[in-house]
Each structure stands twice: as C-alpha cells, then as structure tokens.
Design a protein around this ligand. Structure first.
Ligand code: FAD
Ligand code: DHB
Length: 390
C-alpha cells in the first residue's frame, strides 16, 4: 500500500487533517486502533473557538455544526456565593464560542470521509512507524488479522498522548516540559436541560465545579475530584449533591436528571518540542496536553493540523520545505499561550489540597480582579475565545 500522508489516529486532529488534505487533492490513509463506535462515543471537549468553527466550515464539514451548535457570547465565573458574567463578545469585537461536542465533530468527520469512500481503518493493531529520518517513511500495522505495510511521503502522528508516534522518536531529539496536578475532573452527561444558558466555572471551598451542556436538552457537568477517584464511590445522588453544593446560588436552581455517562479525567500540562522528527509531524494531544479548564485541548489540535495541512500542500505544490520546517515553531507559540492560560485558569479555580489560606486569598483576589477590571476581563476573554495572533 502507498499513500502520500499516513495519519495515525482518528481523533479530531487526524480526521481534520485528512479532510483538509483531501480538499486540496492530497491522498491520505487514516489508521485508528479503536472501533468507530468507540471514537464516536468518547465524551470529551465541548467548547469550540470561533477559529475552530470557521476552519471546520471552510473544510466542508460544518453544516450540522452550524445548525446544531450553540453560539455563546459569554461565560459565568462564580465564587464567594456570586456569579459574574464575562461578556466574551463585547470584550473581543464580537467573537463567540460554540458549544458542540467533540463526539459530534468526530461523527461529522467520520461520516464525510466514509461517504467519499476514502481510507479510514478502524481497529488496526500493532501500529509501528519507521524510517522517519528518510524520505520514504512508512507505517506497519495489522488489520483483520493480516499484516500491512503503508509507504508514505509524510507520517502525521495524531495518536494522542498515549500513542505510538512520539515514543518512536529517538531519545534526545525531543525535550519534554510537564506539570501534574493533584486532582482530576469527574464529568457527567445528564439527560436534563442546562440550568444556565452559558457555561459556568465555579470556585468553591469544596472544590471546582463546571456547568456546561451539549444541547438544549443535555447537560454536561464536572466536579473536581482526586485524580484516581473511584467512580464506584460516586452514585448519582452523591454527584448531584456535590454539584448542588458547589454550583448552588440563592434564587437559582440546578436541575437534576438521569446520568447518561460518567468518567474521571486526570489533569496534566505537557509539551514535546520540537513537534517533528524527520518526516514525522506530531499534532494535537500527541505533542501537547493542557488541563481542561479553559477548553483549549481540542482547539489546539485543530490549529496544529491547519498549519500542517498548509505546509504539506505548499510542499507538494512548490517543492519548498519552508513551511514544513516552520511547522513546529509556528504551532508551539500558540501551544505555550494555551498552556499558560489553561494552567492559570486551573490554578485560579481549583481547590489545592495542601494550599494554605494565603493561596485561597490570592485566588479570590484574582477572581475579583478578572470580574471587575475591564482590562483583566479582556485578557481572559481574548484567550478564551482564541487569540487571532499569538
Ligand atoms: P485524541 O482525541 O486523543 O485522538 C487520538 C486518536 O488516536 C484516538 O482516537 C486514539 O484511539 C488513537 N490512537 C491512539 N494510539 C493509537 C495507535 N497506536 N494506533 C492508532 N490509533 C491510535 N478538552 C477540552 O477542551 N475539554 C474537555 O472537557 C476535555 N475532556 C477530556 C477528557 C479526556 C478523558 C481526555 C483524554 C481529553 C479531554 N480533553 C478535553 C482534551 C481534548 O479532548 C483533546 O485535546 C482532543 O481530543 C485532542 O484531539 P487529538 O485528535 O489530538 O487526540
Ligand atoms: C467543557 C469542557 C471544558 O474543559 C470547559 O472548559 C468548558 C466546557 C465541556 O465539556 O462542555
């Protein structure tokens, strides 16, 4: 088998890259080790920056997103028993965010690719990338019990944080920067209309909580928990009780409903530099992770593949490697801005177990500042909706 671009991973990064390349007449093969059912039901991110929405629309897969996505003009920040609104659009020349689940983005991309009869293989196993430092890199894998070899011009490592591409880079090439957080998020999808029409980030002495949604009928909620929290210890009643305690406000009701899905996510900041080795280009979570506070992970993944697709197209059209050579640096500028923003939002909003009252006072002071100072609110808002230039 031969293709132009071999893509490992059918998450948002891999699938969007394949779509962008296809629109420019470049062939690719996407290899995914999970089933279609699994990738289409893995509940994760939900907030899309306007730049992400624009790209998906331009890439020809935004039709349902434009119809069903919920356009939001602000977010809530809650602390000390009060909810404050950050009017994102007012503060950023009219920019907006769109609430549309990552599962829906993945479904739209998978459907578009399969409808065109383009190669996207699920449930591949034993994926190995090789000859990355030559101009004939390749991917070996098994599928339906048979061993396959795929020769490529370029390999795109879009296989997430636990993938095989980054670990295939020889030791010493990549520098890693990371931070672990001593907490996680317990997230639920609930069959109840969202109790607020905008996303609310809540600081509370019991720990952080987040109110979000997936549609006008489905709520998505999170509570800060231990990183190794045992879900068995969280029957529905306990989850709702904790959400009520952390999100509750005088004169406002958090409506409860059946829990459709639940999971615990650990939190990490991580960056691998450079995002390239020879003909292997890393994109999305394969190269960097942010803690979810601030909703940047998915948006960064989409930005990476926009830059990568443009570079690959330019290389095929002109033979020039200028954009490919600039890929890693171009992405890392935005990655580090998002790393800082996500770390900052996380530090400001979560209960730090070993923190003293000094830490708590600093958090509250910062929260008061971003909800009362125009300059501070603009800074939060422009990062949240996604900076046009970094
Ligand atoms: P992924 O979505 O991880 O896709 C990688 C794909 O590669 C997967 O389909 C995987 O199965 C596949 N793969 C892995 N190894 C191999 C292999 N060896 N061979 C073939 N395929 C392979 N972000 C937010 O903004 N808000 C959130 O609430 C949020 N929640 C999250 C919850 C969890 C549990 C996780 C893990 C992440 C969450 N994120 C969240 C981050 C966001 O979902 C990611 O940033 C986004 O999925 C990145 O897309 P990606 O395509 O780079 O990676
Ligand atoms: C959602 C996730 C986030 O990480 C966030 O910051 C806001 C919303 C969500 O899943 O809806």
């Amino acid at each position: 088998m031969r293709t132009q671009v071999g893509i490992v991973g059918a998450g948002p990064a891999g699938l969007t890259l394949a779509q962008l390349l296809h629109r420019q007449g470049i062939e690719s093969v996407v290899l995914e080790n999970r089933s279609r059912e699994y990738v289409e039901h893995r509940v994760r991110a939900g907030v899309l920056e306007q730049g992400t929405v624009d790209l998906l629309v331009e890439a020809g897969i935004g039709e349902r997103l434009q119809r069903e996505g919920l356009v939001h003009h602000g977010i809530g920040i809650q602390f000390d028993g009060e909810r404050h609104r950050i009017p994102l659009s007012e503060l950023t020349d009219g920019r907006t965010i769109v609430v549309y689940g990552q599962t829906e983005v993945v479904r739209d991309l998978v459907r578009a690719r399969l409808a065109e009869g383009l190669p996207l293989l699920f449930e591949v196993a034993d994926v190995r990338v090789h000859d990355l430092d030559t101009d004939r890199p390749g991917i070996r894998f098994t599928h339906d019990g048979a061993e396959h070899a795929l020769a490529c011009d370029v390999v795109a490592g879009c296989d997430g944080y636990h993938g095989v591409c980054r670990p295939s880079i020889p030791a010493g090439v990549i520098s890693e920067f990371s931070r672990e957080y001593p907490f996680g998020w317990l997230g639920i999808l609930a069959d109840v209309a969202p109790s607020n029409d905008e996303v609310v980030y809540a600081h509370n002495e019991r720990g952080f909580a987040l109110l979000s949604m997936r549609s006008l009928e489905l709520s998505r909620l999170y509570v800060q928990c231990r990183p190794d929290e045992d879900l068995a210890e969280w029957p529905d009643d306990r989850i709702w009780e904790e959400l009520q305690l952390r999100l509750g406000l005088e004169g406002w009701t958090l409506h409860e409903g059946p829990v459709l899905e639940r999971g615990v996510t650990g939190m990490r900041s991580y960056v691998a530099e450079p995002m390239r080795y020879g003909r292997l280009f890393l994109a999305g979570d394969a190269a960097h992770i942010v803690p979810p506070t601030g909703a940047k992970g998915l948006n960064l993944a989409i930005h990476d593949v926009r830059v990568l697709a443009e570079a690959i197209v330019a290389w095929y059209r002109t033979g020039s490697t200028t954009l490919l050579d600039a890929y890693s640096d171009a992405c890392l500028r935005r990655v580090w801005r998002a790393e800082h923003f996500s770390w900052w939002m996380t530090s400001m909003l979560h209960r730090l177990e070993h923190d003293d009252d000094f830490g708590l006072k600093l958090q509250l002071s910062q929260l008061r500042y971003v909800t009362s100072s125009h300059a501070a609110a603009v800074s939060l808002a422009e990062n949240y909706v996604g900076l046009e230039r970094v």
